[in-house]
Design a protein around this ligand. Structure first.
Ligand code: APR
Length: 235
C-alpha cells in the first residue's frame, strides 16, 4: 500500500459467507445450479409462481437461522477493523444474510436487501421477519393476504442505497472487494468508479475473477481477510 488510506469502501459477496456454511450462487454446486434464476429471482418469476418464490426464500431464511450458521473470522475481522480504523469506512454487501451485523459491523448497507425482512407491495413498508411467509400471510399494514414479498432485490430491479454508495465510492481512496465474482451489475462496476477517482483497488477472493483490480489476494476469506485488514491497521 502506498500511504495510509483515509476513506475505505468494502464490497462483499457470497464468498465471505461461504465458510459459514451458506452456499454461493455461481459455484458448480451453488444456488443457481439448482434453481432457475428466472423463476426465483425476477419480478416476472414472482408473478408467474409466487408460491415457488416464497418457498425459496423461506428455505434460505430457515437455513440462515440454523444454530450452526454463524459469522466467521472474515466477518469478525471487518467489524474489528471498522471499530479500530480512525477514518471513514463503509461496508456494502450484496449478501442478504445477517452475518455482518451479527459480527458487529455498523456502517453497513445491504444493497440487495435482507432475508429477514419482507415488504408490503402496496405501501412499500418494510417489516422484520424470522418466520416463513407466503401468499396467505396477512400484511401488518393493510391487513390483507397476498401483499407481502421478500425484501430482496431481484434481477431487473434497482439495488438499494445507490446514491449513498456512489458518493462513498467517489470519495474513497481504497476500495476492496471480497468474495464476489463480479458478475452482477452495478456492484461489478464499483471498482471502476473508485478507480476513476484514483482510489487503490484490491480484490480478496478464493479464485481469479477476471476483473482488473490493482492488487489481487487469493485465498479463503477466513484467512486472507483477517490478515489483510490486520496489516492495513498497522500501516
Ligand atoms: N473465500 C473467498 N472467496 C470465496 C470463497 C471463500 N471461502 N468461496 C467462494 N468465493 C468466491 C468465489 O470465487 C466467487 O468469486 O466468492 C465468489 C462468489 O460469487 P457468486 O456466487 O457469483 O456470488 P456474488 O458475487 O455475491 O453474487 C452477486 O448475484 O445472484 C446474485 O443477488 C445475488 O448478490 C448476489 C449477486
Amino acid at each position: 500500500m502506498n500511504s495510509s488510506p483515509r476513506s475505505i469502501v468494502v464490497l462483499t459477496g457470497a464468498g465471505i459467507s461461504a465458510e459459514s456454511g451458506i452456499e454461493t450462487f455461481r459455484a458448480v454446486d451453488g444456488l443457481w445450479a439448482n434453481h432457475d434464476v428466472n423463476d426465483v429471482a425476477t419480478p416476472e418469476g414472482f408473478e408467474r409462481n409466487p408460491q415457488l418464490v416464497y418457498q425459496f426464500y423461506n428455505q434460505r431464511r430457515q437455513q440462515l437461522l440454523a444454530e450452526d450458521i454463524r459469522p466467521n473470522a472474515a466477518h469478525t475481522a471487518l467489524a474489528k477493523f471498522e471499530h479500530d480504523f480512525p477514518g471513514e469506512f463503509l461496508l456494502v454487501t450484496q449478501n442478504i444474510d445477517n452475518l455482518h451485523e451479527r459480527a458487529g459491523s455498523q456502517n453497513l448497507l445491504h444493497m440487495h436487501g435482507e432475508l429477514l425482512k419482507m415488504r408490503c407491495l402496496n405501501s412499500r413498508m418494510v417489516f422484520e421477519t424470522r418466520e416463513n411467509f407466503d401468499f396467505d400471510t396477512e400484511c401488518q399494514c393493510c391487513r390483507s393476504p397476498g401483499n407481502l414479498r421478500p425484501h430482496v432485490v431481484w434481477f431487473g430491479e434497482m439495488p438499494f442505497f445507490m446514491n449513498q454508495i456512489n458518493m462513498a465510492l467517489e470519495a474513497c481512496d481504497l476500495f476492496i472487494a471480497i468474495g464476489t465474482s463480479g458478475n452482477v451489475y452495478p456492484a461489478s462496476g464499483f471498482y471502476q468508479t473508485a478507480k476513476i477517482r484514483k482510489a487503490r483497488t484490491v480484490e480478496l477472493n478464493l479464485d481469479q475473477t477476471g476483473s482488473s483490480f490493482d492488487t489481487h489476494v487469493y485465498g479463503p476469506a477466513t484467512e486472507v481477510v483477517p490478515e489483510f485488514f490486520g496489516d492495513l491497521l498497522d500501516q
